[in-house]
Design a protein around this ligand. Structure first.
Ligand code: ADP
Ligand code: MG
Length: 467
C-alpha cells in the first residue's frame, strides 16, 4: 500500500484521547456516552485490544472533581469521626477564628503582664517577654526560684488565671495567655470552651483530596484497597500516646474514584468482594471501618462516605462466567457491556489507522525515532499475519500489545545503529528478536504446545507458513 507520508512524524495525532483508540468504534461511542451520562461500562475482550486505554480515556474527559472528602475528630465519640464533604471554596474559606480579646501588654492587669514576662517587677517598664532582664532598670524580670531550682524557662508563664468580680458581685474565671506576637489574650471560660470545640473541628484529615486523578485502578481481590480501612493503633487510640481514630481512617478506591472512573481490571478476580462493589454502586456511599476484626480499627466507623463513580470493568471473555450475575446485571441496568473487536478489515482507511497507531506508540514511548512508511508497511504485514493466526481470517489485528512491543524493539534496534528512522529491516529483525521462548522452541522442534498460544496472537510454525 502507498502511504501518504514519508515518516510517522508527519501524522497528526488527534487531541481527543478516545480518538487514539483504533478499530473499536462501537466501544468508543459507548465510552463517550458513559462519560457524559455517568454510566458504567464492562469491557470484554482479548488482551491488548484497548480496554485499559478506553478506561483511561473516559477518565481523562471527565470534569475535575468538585468535592473534597474529609473526616473530623469527634471529641465526645472519637471512634465515630464526623464526615465532611465540601467544595474547594468551602475548604478555602475555613479561616482560623479568633476568640477572646487581645490586649497590649500595657492594657493587661499588672500582675498578668508581670507573670507573662512583659513587665519589670521593679520599675514597671515594659519589654518583650523573651528579654530576660529589664532594659529600663536592668533588674531580672524573671523571679528566680528559691534555692535556684528550675531555669528561667520554668518560671516564666504563658498563661495566667485570674478571678474577676462582675458588677453584680458574681465571680468569673478569666484566662490570660501570651500570644505569639507578645500580646495578651483574655478569654472567659465560655470562650475557652468554644475555642476548644472549634479546634476539635479543625482536627480534620482529608481522605479524598480535591486535586485527585479521575482514574483509579484496582486489580484483584483486595478488600481494604477497594473499600477503605481504619488502620490499627497498638495503643488503641489512647488520647496521649495513641493516634486519634480520625487520623487512621483511609479511603478505599471506591471513594477515591468519587466523581471519576473506578477501573477494575480482570474483574472476575474480585471474587467475594464483588458483592461489596455492588452495594457501593447501588448506594453511591460506603462506610469506612477497620476491616481486620482483631484490630483496634474495627471499632471505628465513618458512615456513608460518598462513592459516586463510573465503574469500568475489564475482563477476558473466558472469565465472563466468574462474574457475579448480580453485578453484571447492575452494570447492564445502568450502563453497557461491550465486546471489543480483535480485528478489522484490511482497507486503506484501516491501514492508515494502523499507521496512526504506530505514530502514537512512538510518541508514547518518547525514546525511539519515527518510522518510515516502508517500516509501517512491514508492521501492517505483521498485523495481517497475527490476524490470520489468532483469528483465522484475513484482516488487520487489533491485538495491539504484540505490535506495540514490536515497534519498541524495532525502535531500540534503530537507536543502537544511530539511524534516524525505523526502517523495514529494523522491523524484520525485531520480529525475529521478539519471538517468545515457546516460539523459539517451536521453530526448533515444531512443538505441539504452540497451538494453544495462538489465542494470544503468538506466532506458531504453522501460522507463519500460511502468511
Ligand atoms: N485499540 C487500540 N488502539 C490503539 N492502541 C491500542 C489499542 N489497544 C491497545 N493499544 C496499545 O496497546 C497498549 C496496551 O493496551 P491496553 O489498553 O492495556 O489493552 P488491554 O487493557 O485490553 O489488555 C495500549 O497502551 C496502547 O498503546
Ligand atoms: Mg489492560
Amino acid at each position: 500500500m502507498r502511504m501518504e507520508f514519508s515518516s510517522t512524524a508527519e501524522i497528526a495525532l488527534p487531541k481527543d484521547p478516545l480518538e487514539w483508540v483504533v478499530g473499536q468504534e462501537n466501544s468508543v461511542k459507548i465510552a463517550r456516552i458513559c462519560a457524559s451520562q455517568k454510566r458504567h461500562m464492562l469491557l470484554v475482550g482479548a488482551p491488548g485490544t484497548g480496554k485499559s486505554m478506553i478506561a483511561r480515556a473516559i477518565a481523562s474527559i471527565l470534569p475535575k472533581p468538585k468535592y473534597e472528602i474529609s473526616v473530623i475528630h469527634n471529641p465526645s465519640r472519637p471512634e465515630k469521626p464526623v464526615l465532611s464533604v465540601r467544595t474547594g471554596e468551602m475548604a478555602k474559606s475555613e479561616k482560623p477564628k479568633e476568640f477572646g480579646v487581645v490586649l497590649l501588654p500595657g492594657e493587661a492587669p499588672e500582675f498578668v503582664s508581670e507573670q507573662l514576662g512583659m513587665r519589670c517587677r521593679r520599675c514597671g517598664g515594659l519589654s518583650h517577654s523573651r528579654i530576660p532582664s529589664c532594659p529600663h532598670c536592668g533588674a531580672d524580670k524573671i523571679r528566680k526560684h528559691i534555692l535556684g531550682m528550675g531555669g528561667p524557662e520554668h518560671s516564666q508563664k504563658t498563661t495566667v488565671e485570674a478571678v474577676r468580680v462582675r458588677k453584680d458581685g458574681s465571680e468569673e474565671m478569666l484566662i490570660y495567655e501570651r500570644t505569639n506576637d507578645d500580646r495578651v489574650r483574655m478569654l472567659t471560660e465560655k470562650e475557652l470552651k468554644e475555642r476548644k470545640d472549634h479546634e476539635a473541628k479543625l482536627m480534620r484529615k482529608v481522605i479524598v483530596p480535591l486535586n485527585r486523578p479521575t482514574f483509579v485502578q484496582v486489580v484483584g481481590n483486595n478488600e481494604t484497597e477497594l473499600l477503605g480501612d481504619v488502620r490499627h493503633d497498638p495503643y488503641g487510640g489512647h488520647p496521649e500516646i495513641g493516634t486519634q481514630p480520625y487520623m487512621r481512617v483511609v479511603a478505599g478506591a471506591v471513594h477515591e474514584s468519587h466523581e471519576g472512573v473506578l477501573f477494575v481490571d480482570e474483574m472476575a478476580t474480585l471474587g467475594e468482594t464483588q458483592r461489596f462493589l455492588l452495594t457501593a454502586m447501588q448506594e453511591k456511599k460506603f462506610s469506612i471501618t477497620g476491616r481486620n476484626p482483631n484490630s483496634a480499627g474495627a471499632a471505628v466507623r465513618v458512615e456513608d462516605v460518598p462513592c459516586d463513580f463510573i465503574l469500568v470493568g475489564a475482563l477476558n471473555i473466558n472469565d465472563l462466567g466468574n462474574l457475579s450475575p448480580a453485578l453484571r446485571s447492575r452494570i447492564r441496568g445502568s450502563g453497557y457491556e461491550v465486546l471489543l473487536n480483535t480485528n478489522m478489515e484490511d482497507t486503506p482507511e484501516n491501514c492508515a489507522k494502523i499507521a496512526q497507531f504506530v505514530a502514537q506508540e512512538i510518541k508514547g514511548d518518547g525514546k525511539i525515532p519515527h518510522a518510515s512508511s516502508s517500516a509501517v508497511d512491514e508492521i501492517l504485514e505483521e498485523s495481517r499475519r497475527i490476524c490470520k493466526e489468532a483469528d483465522g481470517k484475513k484482516g488487520l489485528t487489533l491485538r495491539f500489545r504484540n505490535l506495540s512491543g514490536l515497534i519498541r524493539l524495532a525502535g531500540d534496534l534503530t537507536k543502537a545503529e544511530n539511524a534516524k528512522l525505523i526502517e523495514k529491516e529494523h522491523v524484520r529483525s525485531a520480529v525475529q528478536f521478539a519471538k517468545s521462548a515457546e516460539e523459539q522452541l517451536n521453530d526448533k522442534y515444531e512443538n505441539p504446545w504452540s497451538a494453544g498460544m495462538a489465542d494470544f496472537g503468538v506466532r506458531s510454525k504453522k501460522g507463519s507458513e500460511t502468511v
